[in-house]
Design a binder for this molecule. Sequence first.
Ligand code: AP5
Ligand code: MG
Length: 213
Amino acid sequence: MNIILLGPPGAGKGTQAKRLTEKYHIPQVSTGDMLREALKEGSPLGLEAKKYMDQGGLVPDEVVIGLVKERIQKPDAGNGYMLDGFPRTSGQAKALDKILEQLGQKIDHVVSIEVPSSELLGRLTGRRTCRACGAGFHLMYDPPKKEAICDKCGGELYQRSDDNESTVKSRLETYEAQTKPLIEYYQNQGKLRRINGVGSMNEILARIQAVLE
Ligand code: AP5
Ligand code: MG
C-alpha cells in the first residue's frame, strides 16, 4: 500500500506516520526528516537545504524529487511506503506521477489531515523530538515522563529550529500557497481521503485506519 500523508505543518503527519508504520509495516518516507538527517551529517545537500528550511520556504523540487525517487526503490519499501511531507508542490506531484508510472506503481490513498490553522502554532512551538530515536512529544499534549528525556530510549529531546513563531508563520503561508492546491489535484484523481485532525492522537489514528481498510 502506497500512501501520501498531506496536511499543514503540525497537522500530525509524522505522529500518525510513526503509528501507521507499526501497524502496516511499511516505512515512513519523510522528506523533512531526510533533509534534517543530511544536515546533521554536514553534507552539501543538507547545508543547502537549511537555507530554505530556516526561512520556512521550500527546498527546490529537483532536490526532494531525487531523494524520494531513490528512497522508494530501497528494499524496505517493497511492500509500500508512506510519504510524509512529499509532494508539496504541483511540480513534485506531477514528477511523482511520472516516477510511479515508470516503476509500475501507484498511490492508493492520499490522507489529508485537516486541522484549523489556529491550532497549529501551539502544536509546533510545543513540539519536542528525540535526537536519538526521532520519537515525537508535545510539552502539553503528549509530555515526556521526565523533562527533556525521551520515554522510549532515554535520548535527549530537542526543539526543531524551524518551530519558532516567525518561521512557523512563513511555513503556514508556504503551505497555503504551494501545497494546499494538491488537495484538489488528488481529489480529481479520486484518491483524496479527508480526515478531521482534531482530537486525540489515537482517535485520529482510528479515523485514518477506517479509510485505509
Ligand atoms: P517537515 O519536517 O515535513 O515539516 P512540516 O511539513 O512543516 O510538518 P511538521 O513536521 O512540522 O508537522 P507534522 O504534520 O509532521 O506534525 P507532528 O506529527 O510532528 O518539513 C520541514 C521543512 O523541510 C519544510 O519547511 C521545507 O523547508 C523542507 N521540506 C520538507 N519536505 C519538502 C518538500 N517535499 N519539498 C520542499 N521542501 C521540503 O505534530 C506536531 C506536534 O503536534 C507534535 O508535538 C505532536 O506531538 C503534536 N500533535 C500531533 N497530533 C496531535 C493531536 N491530535 N493533538 C494534539 N497534539 C498533537
Ligand atoms: Mg513532520
